[in-house]
Ligand binder design. Structure first.
Ligand code: NAD
Length: 359
């Protein structure tokens, strides 16, 4: 067996439809008596419900969270927390709301209780990000890792089908790359395999019947497992390509992951035998790259970078940026290979495990 290091982080997971009702006791467990609830303006109704459920343990609501945590928003949230002498933060929403909670926790070390409503998974990673102008700065600190996560699938019933599909595929991407990470370990590989299996099984039902609580629960369970992998091991080519396309060409986050994933798998899995075997088992198919492409089509997710607004003339530059600053990848990288991968993803050509033979 390959030697490994695994550090178990003390996050408490409270899982199950209806579990939001347990909020009061969870706040008591952490000794929180003066919480600030955070949300986006669109999810203010949820923040108000959370405040009510928290009873006297919650003092105020700040509903100014927006995508990518602009530093000005982080500052306003911090001011709101200081104004009420908050002793804890409750983040009710998706990655944007979690991001705001993390930005405040980074400055204050306040404990965060997360109530996620998407499959993005930020609630179980120590990764934070903030934007200033057009520049996004990310970092890693265990100070921002939520102490308790309440997964109540009934809060995900309103998540639009399109976002459910792309953020679910985004979650699968974290786990798939975690399987061949440089610092992979058998515990995270178990999480990854079960997370991918759960999401791939549940997402078609979620998209066909968005109010199916059982399917939503299975998808949320998978999202938790997959995000835990992201929080524990390093990522490789797939994430580098998505960060390049998002950062340099402003392509949308989850949709870009959904498009690129089958191509990254087609390229990397021939060089990552154990990861390929685990993915075959999780998806119950002989060719995981082809199967992930088919899953995306079945869910109605975008299938080509051209559909996300990228210009074909950008592909050379994208390949150059993706080659910059060397990073771990299970298969050696070359400009030609990345350029070809990007062309296939741009066109939406169906990939398989032989797409990059001999390259
Ligand atoms: P989001 O939080 O931006 O939410 C998108 C919109 O959907 C918002 O208006 C939100 O209020 C609404 N929404 C969320 N849940 C809903 C629900 N159940 N019903 C109806 N509306 C709902 O979207 P996201 O994809 O969760 O988060 C994306 C952000 O998270 C990005 O900035 C990304 O970089 C970040 N992220 C960070 C990490 C990390 O580890 N730090 C991990 C994944 C994503």
């Amino acid at each position: 067996m390959t030697p490994f290091t695994f550090t178990s982080r003390p996050a408490r997971i409270v899982f199950g439809a209806g579990s939001l009702e347990r909020l009061g006791e969870e706040l008591d467990e952490l000794g929180i008596r003066r919480a600030l609830v955070l949300s986006t303006p669109e999810q203010r109704f949820l923040a108000d419900r959370v405040r009510k459920l928290a009873g006297g343990r919650c003092v105020d609501v700040f509903d100014g969270a927006i995508m990518h945590v602009p530093v000005e928003v982080a500052q306003s949230g911090l001011d709101a927390a200081r104004a009420i002498e908050a002793d804890g933060l409750i983040a009710a929403g998706g990655g944007s709301t979690l991001g705001l909670a993390k930005a405040i926790a980074l400055e204050t070390s306040l404990p965060v209780v997360a109530i996620p409503t998407t499959y993005a998974g930020s609630e179980v990673t120590p990764i934070y990000g903030m934007t200033s102008g057009n520049e996004k700065k990310t970092g890693k600190s265990y100070r921002v890792l939520p102490r308790t996560v309440i997964y109540d699938a009934s809060l995900t019933l309103t998540l639009p089908v399109g976002l459910s599909a792309t953020s679910g595929l985004n979650a699968i991407a974290h786990a798939a790359e975690g399987l061949y990470a440089q610092d992979a370990n058998p515990v995270m590989s178990l999480f990854a395999e079960e997370g991918i299996r759960s999401l791939a099984f549940a997402l078609p039902s979620v998209c066909a019947r968005p109010d199916d609580v059982a399917a939503r629960e299975t998808a949320q369970y998978g999202a938790w497992l997959c995000a835990t992998v992201l929080g524990n091991v390093g990522m490789a080519l797939h994430h580098k390509l998505c960060h390049t396309l998002g950062g340099t060409f402003n392509l949308p986050h989850a949709e870009t992951h959904a498009v690129v994933l089958p191509y990254a798998m087609a390229f990397n899995l021939p060089a990552a035998t154990e990861a390929a075997e685990r993915l075959r088992r999780a998806l119950d198919v002989p060719d995981p790259a082809a199967a992930l492409y088919d899953l995306g089509r079945r869910l109605g997710a975008p299938s080509a970078l051209r559909a996300l607004g990228l210009a074909e003339s950008d592909l050379d530059h994208a390949a150059e940026v993706a080659m910059r600053s060397p990073y771990f990848n299970p298969r050696p990288l070359s400009y030609g290979a990345i350029r070809r991968l990007l062309q296939m993803a741009f066109d939406g050509t169906a990939p398989n495990l032989h797409s990059f033979d001999g390259i």
